[in-house]
Structures are given as structure tokens and as C-alpha cells.
Ligand binder design. Structure first.
Ligand SMILES: Nc1ncnc2c1ncn2[C@@H]1O[C@H](COP(=O)(O)OP(=O)(O)OP(=O)(O)O)[C@@H](O)[C@H]1O
Ligand SMILES: [Mg+2]
Length: 300
């Protein structure tokens, strides 16, 4: 594997006629981390990624791999692997055949195609026609393509779009593993909730402009920390929490405790000798922060 490098986006802008798709974007994506590139539909995510990959020419500014533009990379295949939206595969050909053709053209040993299929869990389906693949398998084939050159940077456009919970969970593990190996992982999504559990850093854009950048925890600004708790004797539990000074409201699924940490709620119950059947921290503040940043959606 080639070492991951930082991605530098510097005053990057793109205009399509009257449409200012990307406006003066400046941020860095670091290796060894999973960075979520977030924004509503039409925010400019795909356009930004395509500029990094040399597929769209910026109107102004630069997007580079540690200072080197894509077209100047001495070895693009080993520097970066990408899976962009709307990847199309010939339905009549097998996954292995797709990868092999590509590998041959790029003078990469055929063995790399087998390894890439294995890494995305498609090894046993490699000889099957892609026409019979599920959406999840197709997404994984896209990831296998990105991995062909065993690159240090992965640029993935909406890799969990349309996946079922199992597929999303698998992708999370995959992204984590890739970053732990030292790769730079940039992954876009229009839904924070789909990637919140797998990203370390977030870059949020809306209407082509940077809205926020920082660690995932920096998004959790609303501080609406809530705990959902329940027990066989809900009344006693509610009394104990109220006496401890918490604001408690009753929902069908249990008691909602505002401004609390799960560990504190657990302690109150323990000290009062009240049994618990459920205790969980609610992180709704994260999605609320995201929505507050991106407003009412994109410019589609
Ligand atoms: N080739 C193009 N010609 C004209 N306008 C374009 C082109 N590509 C993108 N746009 C416009 O640029 C804006 C940003 O589009 P982009 O696809 O980058 O957004 P996105 O964040 O990827 O959205 P989505 O979540 O829907 O994929 C949109 O208004 C879009 O219509
Ligand atoms: Mg897009």
C-alpha cells in the first residue's frame, strides 16, 4: 500500500454557466482518518470530488494530493482510488472480468483484481455476471475498483446510498479499516445519520460553500443531551430522577431525561435501588446541528 497523503482544497470554485456549484472551498482531509464530506443534494459534493480527480476543471483554486494535482501524479493508480456515483458495469460480464480489463490497461498484475474482490467480500461472486448483482454487491464492486492499485487515498462518493442496514454496517467497518491502515478516506453523503458512526472528521458544505469543518464531536453543538431510560417500576424511577433534579418526560418507550449523561442516570437509579430495563444516550443533537448548518436543503 502507498502511504496516505493529505488532500488540500484551496479556494476551489466551479461555475457551470450561471450555476455556482462550488464557491471558494478551503479545507484539508488528513490521512489515517475517515472524513465525511457532507451536504444536501446539489451542495457540490460530487463536483468537488471530480475536481480533485481531474474530471472537472476548476474555475478557480486547486485541489491537490499533498500539493500535486491529479494530472501531475507520477502514479495515479497507487495514489488514489475513487468510486464515484453512477458507476456503470456491463451486465453480461463478471466482476473479475471488469477488474481484470482495467488492471491490464493500467499494467497492474491480475492478482490485484482477486485481492480487491476479496477485500470487499466479493471473492466467491467474482465469476458471476454483474447483471445479477444486488445494489449492495454493485457498490462493493465499485469499492473493489477503487482498491485495484492499493492506493493511499480513497475518494468515495455516497458509498452507502441505497444500502440496507447490513450493507451500511459492513461499509462502516470497511472505511474504518482503510483509515486504520493509514489511508486518507474521504466519503461523501447527503445524510449525516448514514455516516455519523463511521467518520472521525466532518466537512459540511451547503450551496457550494463551506459551512463547517472539524471533528465529528464539533457538530454536537446544540447540547441537547438526552437519556432514554425505563424500568419495571417506571413510577419509582421517575420519582428518583425528579428528586435528583432532572427534567423527566414520559414517552411510550420510556422516560426521557433532559440534559443528562447515561452514566448519571444509571447512578441515580442504582442509588435509589430501582431496577432498569433500558438505558441509552440519545444523540439527536448531532442531526439537529447538521440540519441547522445546511438549512432547507440544496440548490437542485
Ligand atoms: N455538468 C454540469 N453542468 C451543469 N450543472 C452542473 C453540472 N454538474 C453539477 N451541476 C450543478 O452543480 C450543483 C452541484 O451539483 P453536485 O452534483 O456537485 O452536488 P452534490 O452535492 O453531489 O449533490 P447530490 O447529493 O445530489 O449528489 C447542482 O446545482 C448541479 O445541478
Ligand atoms: Mg453527488
Amino acid at each position: 500500500m502507498t502511504a496516505g497523503v493529505p488532500l488540500h482544497f484551496n479556494a476551489l470554485s466551479k461555475r457551470f454557466g450561471d450555476v455556482a456549484a462550488v464557491k471558494d472551498l478551503t479545507f484539508t482531509v488528513e490521512p489515517g482518518r475517515v472524513t465525511g464530506f457532507l451536504g444536501p443534494n446539489g451542495a457540490g459534493k460530487t463536483t468537488t470530488m471530480r475536481m480533485l480527480l481531474g474530471l472537472v476543471t476548476p474555475t478557480a483554486g486547486t485541489a491537490t494530493f499533498d500539493g500535486i494535482a491529479y494530472r501531475d501524479l507520477p502514479s495515479p493508480m497507487t495514489t488514489v482510488g475513487a468510486a464515484l456515483e453512477a458507476a456503470s458495469f456491463h451486465p453480461g460480464r463478471s466482476a473479475f472480468n471488469h477488474l481484470a480489463v482495467y488492471a491490464r490497461a493500467a499494467a497492474i498484475p491480475l492478482e490485484a483484481a482477486r485481492v480487491a474482490l476479496e477485500r470487499v467480500g466479493l471473492a466467491e461472486y467474482g465469476s458471476r455476471r454483474v447483471g445479477g448483482y444486488s445494489l449492495g454487491m454493485r457498490q462493493r464492486l465499485g469499492l473493489a475498483f477503487a482498491l485495484l492499485g492499493d492506493p493511499g487515498v480513497l475518494v468515495l462518493d455516497e458509498p452507502v446510498n441505497g444500502l440496507d442496514p447490513e450493507g451500511i454496517k459492513w461499509t462502516r467497518g470497511f472505511l474504518r479499516h482503510m483509515a486504520d491502515e493509514g489511508r486518507t478516506v474521504m466519503v461523501s453523503s447527503h445524510l449525516l445519520s448514514e455516516v455519523a458512526q463511521s467518520v472521525d472528521e466532518v466537512v459540511v458544505i451547503t450551496h457550494g460553500e463551506l459551512a463547517h469543518t472539524g471533528p465529528l464531536s464539533s457538530l454536537d453543538m446544540t447540547e441537547t443531551r438526552e437519556v432514554l431510560v425505563d424500568g419495571p417500576d417506571r413510577g419509582s424511577l421517575q420519582n428518583a430522577l425528579t428528586e435528583a433534579g432532572y427534567l423527566v418526560s414520559e414517552l411510550r418507550s420510556g422516560l426521557l431525561v433532559s440534559g443528562a449523561e447515561a452514566s448519571d442516570v444509571g447512578h441515580v437509579a442504582f442509588a435509589a435501588g430501582v431496577e432498569l430495563s433500558a438505558l441509552s444516550q440519545k444523540r439527536s443533537g448531532l442531526e439537529d446541528s447538521f440540519l441547522a448548518l445546511v438549512g432547507e436543503g440544496g440548490s437542485l
